[in-house]
Structure formats: C-alpha cells, structure tokens
Design a protein around this ligand. Structure first.
Ligand SMILES: C[S@@+](CC[C@H](N)C(=O)[O-])C[C@H]1O[C@@H](n2cnc3c(N)ncnc32)[C@H](O)[C@@H]1O
Length: 284
C-alpha cells in the first residue's frame, strides 16, 4: 500500500493546504469536503481512513480543496447549506442562508397560530430557506416564494421537492412588484437585499466576490426594497395579515418608521443571538 494515497494522508495534505490559505477550521472543512467528494458519511470515512483513495476520488477531492483554498464559500463548493436544521441546495445564484435569519423564522412562527391553515409568501426567496423552514414547522400552511432570479428560483423549487413540499408550495419567478397574491396571504416574510450600495465594496471578499449582488444591494441607503414592499403591502395586504422582515442591525428605527407611516400596527423589533436588531414585524 502507498501510504501517501490513504484517505488519512490526503486529508492531512488538504488540511495543510486549507491552513495555508487562511481557512478558519481547516481540518473540519477538509473532512467534509472529502465526504462530499467521495459520497461517504462521517462514519464511513472513519472506516476508510487507512484505505487508498482511487485517482478519481483524489482528483475530485483536491478540485474541491483548491476551490475552497481560493476563497470560494464552503457552501458553494459543496452546493449545500444548513438552515433551521434542514439541508438545502444552494448555488452562486442564491444567497447562502445565514444562521442570523433563523430568528426571523422564529418570529414568523409566533404569528402563525398552531393548527390553523394559513398562506405564507416569501418575497425574495433565494434558496427558499425561510419559506421551507416555516412550512416544515407549521403543517397546516401553504405558500409561495417569489424570486426575481430565475436561477435562484430553480434552486428554491428543487429545495421544495427535496423536502417533500411541492404539493404545499410553489416558486414564482418574477419581481414582488408584479406579484398579485397579497390579498390571499396571511403572513408575508422577506429578507430583502438591504446593504447600502456603497457598503458592498467593503464587505468580506467571500461575500463581495461570490454572493449575488442582486441579493445584497438595497440601493443608496439600503432601504429601497423595504420601501417598495411596504408601499405595495399597504394597499394590497389583507387586514390582520402579518409582515415579517429581516433587517440589517442598524435599520430597526428606519423600517419601523416606514411601517408606522404606512399605517401598520403591532410593530415590534426583535434581536438576533448577538443582541443586534434583526427582525421587524407588523400587522396590516
Ligand atoms: C437577501 S436575499 C435573501 C434570500 C433568502 N430569502 C434568504 O434569506 O437567504 C434577497 C433575495 O431577493 C431577491 N430579489 C431581489 N429583488 C427582488 C425583487 N424585486 N423581486 C423578487 N425577488 C427579488 C434576490 O434575488 C435574492 O434572492
């Protein structure tokens, strides 16, 4: 046996490569990339550690390692992301779901009484993560995700299928400006693009260079999407229905004020685990 070709030895080489590329958790990521490249579970990989990798396995693995070492986000390299305990497909056409968005789902779930049927819309659905987390946790609900990017909409559709939700929800490709379902919806959730345009160039390289700017850019002051959604919601939402927004940590006052001016009530602002403002909800 050629010791340098064992899974364990190749793992060590990859860990070194990721370490020198400045990746935070190189050993953990190398292991996950190896599992992904070779379609092995964690337990199977432990069992294989002293076996030799085939040429094909090794080359598929090091392709992924090189992509990661060059700064591509881990979730794009593997094509999957975890959100609210769910594994989701993701691609460079979608924002990578963030743990911070989980409090937005928590907040929305408090507005959906258990055991009642309700219709949910997710504006700017990306991977579909918010919609899917809500549907999975509220069996009586149905929903729709609206997404401007057709490539992201395909990913969201695949994620609905992956989680057995195609009969309860669908994805519509287009802008929320043209959506006509406001009046039939009990809860609207949205994590719209909310970064001010001139801040985008200051974001981490992995976000700035890899994540889609259509998912980030909220116009000159970061509030353009909130203004357009609130403007439409004000005249078209069903009275008593809820609007739940993810917001940037410094946008609580501004979004609250937009909702007050549009006549919404029961407006509240909640925080994420880092105690920064993260979610605003309001009733029509
Ligand atoms: C910040 S990302 C959020 C994605 C996903 N909901 C999440 O939380 O990970 C915003 C999403 O809104 C989409 N989007 C931007 N403008 C839109 C519009 N006018 N109509 C529909 N979708 C839009 C983007 O393509 C992107 O997928």
């Amino acid at each position: 046996m050629h010791e340098q070709r064992t899974f364990r030895a190749q793992l060590a080489i990859a860990t070194q490569r990721l370490t020198s590329a400045g990746i935070d958790q190189p050993a953990r990521e190398a292991r996950h990339l190896m599992q992904h490249a070779c379609a092995l579970s964690a337990a199977e990989l432990i069992g294989e550690e002293l076996s030799e990798m085939t040429f094909e396995q090794s080359s598929a693995f090091f392709d992924l390692v090189e992509r990661r070492a060059s700064g591509e986000p881990f979730e794009y390299v593997t094509g999957t992301a975890c959100f609210y305990g769910l594994e989701l497909e993701c691609s460079p056409a979608t924002l990578i779901p963030r743990p911070d968005s989980e409090v937005v789902v928590d907040e929305a779930l408090t507005r959906l009484p258990l055991g009642r049927t309700a219709r949910i819309a997710d504006l700017g659905t990306g991977t579909g993560c918010l919609l899917i987390a809500l549907l999975k946790n509220q069996p009586g609900t149905t929903g729709i995700g609206i997404e401007r990017s057709s490539r992201a909409a395909q990913v969201a559709t695949a994620n609905l299928r992956r989680h057995g939700l195609s009969a309860r929800a669908s994805i519509e490709t287009g802008s929320w400006d043209d959506w006509t379902g406001w009046g039939e919806t009990d809860l609207i959730i949205s994590n719209p693009p909310y970064i001010a345009s001139d801040i985008i160039e200051t974001l981490d390289e992995s976000v700035r260079s890899h994540e889609p700017h259509i998912a980030l850019d909220g116009g000159a002051d970061g509030l353009a999407a909130y203004r357009s959604i609130i403007h439409l919601a004000r005249s078209q939402m069903k009275p008593g229905a809820w609007l739940v927004f993810e917001i940037g940590y410094d946008q609580g006052k501004a979004v609250t004020s937009l909702l007050e001016k549009a006549g919404f009530d029961a407006i509240s602002c909640g925080q994420d685990l880092g105690e920064r403002d993260r979610v605003v909800s309001a009733r029509r």
